[in-house]
Design a binder for this molecule. Sequence first.
Ligand code: PEP
Ligand code: MN
Length: 376
Amino acid sequence: MKDLRLAGRKAERSTIEVNGVTIGGKEIILIGGPCAVESSLQMSRSAETVKKAGGKILRGGVFKPRTSPYSFQGLGLEGLNYLVHAAKDQGLLCVTEVIDALSLDLVINEVDIIQIGARNMQNFELLKLVGRINKPIILKRGLSATVEEWLLAAEYILSTGNSQVILCERGIRTYEPSTRNTLDLSAVGVAKELSHLPVIVDPSHAAGRRDLISSLSKASIAAGADGLLIETHPNPAEATSDGSQSLTPEQFIQLGEELGAVADSVQRIFPSMGQEHTIESLRNQIDSIDQKILEKLADRMQIVQRLGDQKRLDQVKVASRQKEIIHRLTNLATELQLPAELVKKIYALIFEYGIQSQIKSKIAQEKPLELSLGSK
Ligand code: PEP
Ligand code: MN
């Protein structure tokens, strides 16, 4: 697919970091909440449920693109307030859908993530608008969109300048009437093969019925999804929209408890209550932390190299700067209850390697100069 210039596969998968949450890493990210924001109490109860289940992000629609113009269209700004406060009270991030420039303007500074709904997947002007902002975008797959069309929609956002796109499979329209849509789980694998972007699954809009959500969620993780977006409502029977597909709080929490084991089985992590402490899960958590440590170390080394490019050879080693760093880090280590000795030993090696690599590249830079001077 030649036009997937930015969305197309890369050597490394992309992860999206948003206010302390990483999407596309080893951890499965659970997003939950009602279809539509209805009241302050509904949102605070939903946030409690999401938190208890191990979720990280609260969802809730305040601008609803409904199939019928007579259906509830959302509470707008009033609803946004309920969503944002409920999330904050539970230490969750929040996401809501935008439908046009005005709704984007109203939510942009309030929420952590913006959602583009299935019905707007090919609203190219809207895609370009969210391409100009600096917030992650959850891009739902259109009701009848091919994976290629979905990835090209992502390409619109990326090519306008926003690199933080999360793809969301939410079921497509087929001839099968027993579910609202058909969850296309193969699309998770296909999208991950064709693109470096994280992929999450919304089983709620796919199934349209709550009895299938638990098994489809687990299947999604097994199929490689990086996260789940699931509707839950404190009282689904009274929901203004999508009640029949919304999990009760008890069901949502129960699902959270079961996801850890499924995540473990495919070398991922989900922080289920009571699950965090199995040997398998602890090892997975260590692997994930080790990867982050190495990635950060690689970033540090690159900066050291760039710094080296600006120094003369006799400026490479600055003892006072090393002392100052060690002083600061050993204080921090004590605060974090880490042995200061450990930090000193690790940093002695890091400094040593950094200096060596700066010296090596200085010598390499100066050689051609000496050669050319010598030949004159
Ligand atoms: C939603 O998430 O509430 C929603 C409307 O989803 P979709 O755009 O996938 O139908
Ligand atoms: Mn919905």
